[in-house]
Design a protein around this ligand. Structure first.
Ligand code: SF4
Length: 100
């Protein structure tokens, strides 16, 4: 599906297929990081309380969930992940998605 193109600075851009593959790898890596942290005894708020508003349709509940992200030991990793792979829905890394 198309070959890589260069942006206005001459940097190589990924094809859509390459970008999808990279997002899948990064997503899998982040989920493995979360599982590892939980296995080590860390409290990850969205895992501990999955009904806590991270995916709620109510904006106030999502804001409450975002506040709880600030206590998460994986906050920096979560933010780094969503910077590379913006998630379309829910709260990630104390931020509401662009569609929220
Ligand atoms: S920072 Fe990320 S991993 Fe941590 S509670 Fe928030 S959404 Fe979950």
């Amino acid at each position: 599906m198309g070959s890589p193109v260069s942006d206005h600075r001459g940097r190589s851009q990924k094809t859509p297929r390459q970008a999808d593959a990279m997002r899948a790898v990064l997503h899998r890596g982040f989920i493995e990081t979360v599982r590892w942290a939980v296995a080590q005894g860390s409290t990850v708020p969205c895992v501990q309380d999955p009904e806590g508003g991270w995916t709620s349709s109510d904006r106030m509940q999502r804001l409450s969930a975002a506040a709880r992200c600030l206590e998460c030991p994986l906050l920096d990793e979560c933010r780094a992940y969503t910077t590379e792979c913006p998630e379309p829905d829910g709260v990630w890394g104390a931020s509401l998605s662009t569609s929220s």
